[in-house]
Design a protein around this ligand. Structure first.
Ligand SMILES: Nc1ncnc2c1ncn2[C@@H]1O[C@H](COP(=O)(O)OP(=O)(O)OP(=O)(O)O)[C@@H](O)[C@H]1O
Length: 327
């Protein structure tokens, strides 16, 4: 797969438009002419090996760092022209914990609420709500330094939410978390998406994100390798996805195969243990059309199970990113 491959642009409404952004630190091109569109309301995974440029890009999106060239548009506003406005709309969670002074969880959030100018009379209610959201109500009066890594991570997320931003930028939020804490983080991120937020998450481990994200962009050596929905990427790179179909009555198998084979997106079919395995090209919309076609012929489908792309994606990621990083 060539480094310059960029897959079909996402159709949904664009919230962030990154145009030809480069960032140079002395002799390192951390970002190199990177263009990318991030749709509103998505959980967007920014994936790349160490040194790929993820943190640099996230800091540029957070209006904490200016690109050397190129532009970032956020809600039709150019980020470098109005960084303070952008900073009010984004919540940034850095990839390091920092040092915690002698503060309890509630005091820590109070401190950040003060920085964001939240009126004092509103702070108590806000902090209770945030602690509840990140499931730290019972740790309200615990010292931050005594929290577990996963709890600190969730507290940092609450801190990033203090000013109710539209966008969350989470730099390596799953790093160092045990599997249970990762599941909790995933659920929390989904809850935040349900609240209407757009979430951008970076990681160098694709599997950490494949289940959580709706869309991904793979970055290497400061360049975009590919981007798109998780389903589209799996489908386009692997030459297709697969769905397993079980019927109530095996005598309907030949008819079901005929229906599937007649569909242009179906590339191959086979039957194993009376289960149809159909390879196809396309997204969930296509999958729905396949199911509808079977239902229209009254074929007694009892199970229609697409294979998850996660495992395959990891292979793709390894192929794409092998060969190391520039110095
Ligand atoms: N302040 C800086 N000065 C000089 N070089 C830097 C600076 N910050 C980052 N770099 C370099 O820019 C490149 C991209 O770094 P960046 O931290 O953005 O990558 P990353 O994908 O977030 O990596 P990681 O997964 O290891 O955090 C690296 O080669 C890094 O060494």
């Amino acid at each position: 797969m060539a480094d310059s491959t960029v897959l079909t642009p996402v159709a949904s409404e664009t919230l962030i438009r990154i145009q030809h952004v480069s960032k140079r630190y002395r002799n390192v091109n951390a970002l190199d002419d990177l263009s990318l569109e991030i749709p509103r309301g998505k959980i967007f995974g920014l994936i790349g090996p160490n040194g790929a440029g993820k943190t640099t890009l996230i800091r540029i999106l957070a209006a904490l760092l200016a690109p050397s060239s190129g532009q970032v548009w956020f809600n039709n506003e150019e980020v470098s022209r109005s960084p303070a406005t952008i900073q009010r709309q984004v919540g940034y969670m850095p990839d390091f914990f920092g040092v915690y002074p002698d503060l309890t969880s509630a005091e820590y959030l109070e401190f950040y609420a003060g920085i964001h100018g939240i009126p004092r009379q509103k702070q108590a209610g806000l902090i209770s709500d945030l602690l509840e959201l990140v499931e730290l109500t019972s740790k309200r009066d615990a010292m931050v330094e005594n929290l577990s890594r996963g709890m600190k991570q969730r507290l940092c997320l609450a801190r990033a939410l203090v000013h109710d931003p539209e966008v969350l930028l989470l730099d390596e939020p799953a790093s160092g978390l045990d599997p249970r804490a990762r599941v909790e983080l995933r659920e929390l991120v989904r809850t935040l998406q349900g609240m209407g937020k757009t979430i951008i998450i970076s990681s160098h481990i694709l599997l950490e994100l494949a289940e959580m994200c709706t869309d991904i962009a793979i970055v290497k050596n400061g360049k975009l390798v590919l981007s798109g929905s998780v389903d589209t990427i799996t489908s386009q790179i692997n030459g297709g996805r697969q769905v397993e179909i079980r019927l109530l009555d095996p005598s309907s198998l030949p008819q079901a195969l005929d229906v599937l084979k007649a569909r242009p997106e179906v590339t191959q079919t086979q039957i194993e243990d009376q289960v149809i395995q159909a390879d196809f090209q396309g997204d969930d919309q296509v999958l729905y059309q396949m199911l509808s076609a079977l239902m229209a012929e009254n074929i007694p489908v009892v199970s229609f199970a697409p294979r998850s792309g996660g495992g395959r994606l990891e292979e793709i990621f390894m192929q794409i990113t092998e060969g190391g990083q520039q110095g």
